[in-house]
Write a protein of this length. Structure first.
Length: 356
């Protein structure tokens, strides 16, 4: 049995179009007859239109889903509905004050058959319009569902790709640090203990953040600071570092583990190979709603060929891939020479926005 809520929903959805079509039909009948019959034509047209719509709903569209119902429409159903709808519409119009055309037909069929035939023809044309209209509604709804499913599948695939890229980055720093602790144990146990303490602090901070979809810049800087502190124990006076980030940018949102690969590359390929070491400096600013994160180092520089942007490394290529997947052309990673020596690694991304 048809749910009254479904009936109300269906009529609420179709009422504006039904009123418009009925009114147009009444106007057309008035143009070919006499303006004096406009009110009668409106009563008859709307009565027939609503009668057919109601009969179709009650008899043939008993479904629990008002959106899917149009897909169940069949033209042959309207062949059954139209005659009954026309007869019922004439009677309703007569009850509302319009002339009783059916009575006139039986008294003088030679004078009234054209009116009856015209009503049936216009009703059939309007019914054909609604068949096309309902079909278009159904196809649009199905297309929207398919597009949503496709977008959800693409988003799930992208999330899996990003998780894989992030998972590749996370162990990189951990493995390097454990190797350093192992080498320090036999040479300087207290220093190894200090490094383990820093590593413990790093892990406490990172475990609650690295699985997040986004973190604050302050949280990212906490991880990078721990990395630099551990590296300074290992390199001693050969490493100096500085973080110049305005306090008002600490709440900026960004994907996790973007800065760490840049700092690691600056250390591994710039500072460590240099005999005198060098300095790492991290800065951030905003220009035209774009957040710019830059890592400066005074190491060997690009000319030495030590910065690997592709190949088997998981640092910079993964950062570039994540930015591309998340922001398209708005997210980018670029490397510049830091004269007189060293490299500037720059990340640019939309401020406080993730696209996926």
């Amino acid at each position: 049995m048809l749910d009254i809520k479904i009936l109300i929903e269906r009529w609420r959805r179709d009422l504006p179009v039904l009123l418009l079509v009925n009114t147009l039909i009444a106007g057309l009948c008035t143009l070919v007859s006499d303006i004096r019959y406009l009110l009668d034509n409106l009563l008859i047209s709307h009565s027939i239109g609503f009668s057919i719509s109601l009969l179709n709903t009650l008899i043939f569209c008993q479904t629990s889903d008002p959106i899917v119902a149009p897909s169940k429409l069949r033209p042959w159903r309207f062949i059954l509905v139209i005659p009954f709808g026309v007869l019922l519409g004439f009677k309703i119009a007569n009850w509302l004050g319009a002339p009783d055309l059916l009575a006139y037909f039986w008294v003088n069929p030679s004078q009234q058959w054209r009116g009856i035939a015209t009503a049936i023809l216009l009703t059939a044309s309007a019914t054909g319009f609604f068949i096309v209209f309902y079909r278009a509604q159904t196809y649009r709804a199905q297309l929207a569902i398919e597009q949503q499913q496709s977008a959800e599948a693409k988003q799930s695939e992208l999330a899996a790709q990003l998780a894989l890229l992030q998972a590749q980055i996370e162990p990189h720093f951990l493995f390097n640090t454990l190797a350093n602790v192992r080498s320090l144990i036999t040479r300087d146990a207290p220093l190894a203990q200090a490094m383990l303490d820093h590593l413990n602090n790093y892990l406490r901070a990172s475990l609650s953040r690295t699985r997040k979809r986004q973190v604050t810049l302050a949280e990212e800087l906490d991880l990078v600071t721990a990395l630099l502190a551990i590296s300074q124990i290992r390199l001693g006076s050969r490493l100096r570092y500085q973080i110049d980030v305005p306090a008002d940018l600490h709440a900026a949102l960004l994907p996790p583990l973007l800065l760490q690969p840049l700092v690691e590359n600056a250390l591994e390929h710039g500072i460590e190979p240099a005999v005198e070491g060098g300095e790492v400096r991290i800065v951030a600013d905003v220009a035209e709603q774009l957040l710019r994160l830059r890592v400066y180092d005074t190491g060997l520089g690009l000319d030495a060929g030590v910065i690997q942007e592709s190949g088997d490394g998981v640092g910079l290529p993964n950062v570039r891939k994540r930015l591309e997947n998340l922001y398209g052309g708005e997210g980018r990673l670029a490397l510049y020479p830091n004269l007189p020596s060293g490299v500037i690694s720059e990340i640019v991304l939309p401020l406080n926005r993730l696209n996926h």
